[in-house]
Design a protein around this ligand. Structure first.
Ligand SMILES: N[C@@H](CCC(=O)N[C@@H](CS)C(=O)NCC(=O)O)C(=O)O
Length: 207
């Protein structure tokens, strides 16, 4: 049984979706980041960076327990453990990894900053709103172009790149993007959202 430390956010839900897709048994530990539970000594011993998600797999690669932080690394780990959602061919694997990195280095941090300036900043900072909203729309444009000729983000198949990206697109209302402006993203989003494992994973932790 894998221990999943998570909260109601896109980065957390990447991992619950992956666990559901892989059919792995897991136990949810809620880390309420609104109440600073990510900074307890117990949690910092699992993720020294003090952020969700994290997992502890009692059956690591060498048979010993392993703790993992960083959602992208956790997805690669679970793909390696199960042989699912990361293509075997070198070309397919590197394609999936580059779109995973695009999510980790672009979509997640930039959408996150847009959410901060649009929804949470203690003062209205037009420069911040404009900067991150513009970059968010630019990234949607990149995704839309990619998905104009492809069913999924990488390798012609559903991979961890899609699993990493979907929960961030699910927050499109937070960053004030109308999916109708990006029809290929919308088609992809609707197809992935219809997957039963995605529905279950997006409901973790239950709220
Ligand atoms: N790059 C990290 C980012 C993790 C992250 O930013 N987690 C947020 C929630 S989505 C968090 O724990 N925030 C609490 C904090 O920053 O104190 C990952 O992908 O796992």
């Amino acid at each position: 049984m894998i221990d999943l430390y998570t909260w109601t956010t896109p980065n957390g839900r990447k991992v619950s979706v992956m666990l559901e897709e892989c059919g792995l048994a897991y136990k949810v530990h809620e880390i309420n980041i609104g109440q600073d539970e990510q900074f307890t000594p117990e949690f910092l011993a699992i993720n020294p960076n003090g952020k969700i998600p994290a997992i502890v797999d009692p059956q690591g690669p060498d048979g010993k327990p392993i703790a993992m932080m960083e959602s992208g690394a956790i997805l690669v780990y679970l793909a390696g453990k199960t042989g699912r959602f990361l293509p075997e061919s070198a070309r397919g694997k590197f394609d999936a990894l580059q779109w995973l990195m695009f999510q980790m280095g672009g979509v997640g941090p930039m959408f996150g900053q847009a959410h901060h300036f649009i929804r949470s900043a203690k003062e209205q900072v037009p420069y911040g709103i404009e900067r991150y909203s513009r970059e968010t729309r630019r990234l949607y444009g990149v995704l839309d172009k990619r998905l104009s000729g492809e069913p999924y983000l990488a390798a012609g198949e559903y991979t961890i790149a899609d699993i990493a990206t979907y929960p961030w697109i699910a927050r499109h209302e937070w960053h004030q993007v109308d999916l109708n402006d990006f029809p290929n993203v919308k088609r992809w989003f609707d197809a992935i959202g219809a997957r039963p494992a995605v529905k279950r994973g997006m409901d973790v932790p239950k709220r």
